[in-house]
Design a protein. Sequence first.
Length: 355
Amino acid sequence: MRLRSVLCSTASALCALVLLNACSGGSGITATSSGGKPLVGVDYPRSDTDFWSAFIKYTPEYAKQLGLSLKTTNSQNDVAKLDANAQSLILQGVKGIAMAPQSTFAIAPILAQLQTAKIPVVTIDTRPDTGKVYMVVRADNRAYGEKACRYLGTKLGGKGKVVMLQGDLASINGRDRTDGFNDCMRKNYPRIKVFGEATNWDGAVAAQKLQTDLTAHPDIKGIYMQASLALSGTLHVLRQEGLLAGPKDKKHVFVVSNDGIPRELKDISAGTIDATVSQPVDLYAKYALYYLKAAIDGKTFKPGKTDHESTIVRVRDGLLEDQLSAPLVTADGGRYGGVPSLKSTDRSLWGNNLG
């Protein structure tokens, strides 16, 4: 029913766009600001996490640097709202749209709408399961899971029990991080038992499922959180169970997070958690807008190394992804299972530079 509703609303938006163009003598809506800057739209997927709050902060800064005029919306993790926001941005005359759809299987009708309107799309952090976009800007999410696996596998000496607090398996990110972690564990640490728990990117759900696992298996010694939104709940549960102990304490449960928010970096330095994978949220904002500007200027790209220390890969026919660097972060900056890490105090990390 939801997809049918989205398709119907898509058709309505296109009709409205056609009528509006007709009323303006066929010239369409102007797509530049009063200062002559190209007008682009950015849909924020949510604003209730530190990670996406940082993205919201960086976006207007990079729009200004790149000479773009900006319209923004917030879809609040709801594909129906994303559809409505896309229609609104079309009617406001944007020449390109960046979005970060959290449910990557349900956005094909929205992408089809924008393709019909000849509005290029850049997706940030996530990649659509189907449909075409101009560029995907994200990091290798399978590598996130593998880096967490290597760290925990090393710290646990290749044996024991760990909980993986997954994101949403309707999202390519949740699936990639899960597959990367599980495949690495099976191949390299077969004596480690993994309890996978889907959380739908919900911190309260993550805490409840962790509590259940710790009650059933009090000998769990590792936790991999696929997103920092589970951090507060995880620490609360560990404290409640008497397991929030320092790294040298026998009761210590090793915790690996994912995002690189300032709190994670401080908690690593304090010994409250042990590691994270730093998603480059600042670069997500920068290169989402960079590629929108490139699309407006008629530029094209092909697979290979970029001039900003990343690699463009062809995911499937007609879909390119710029995979930005996302380092493992630890207290000591050591190597774990062959994976290098940065110290949590490293000033190159965006989480240490967020004003």
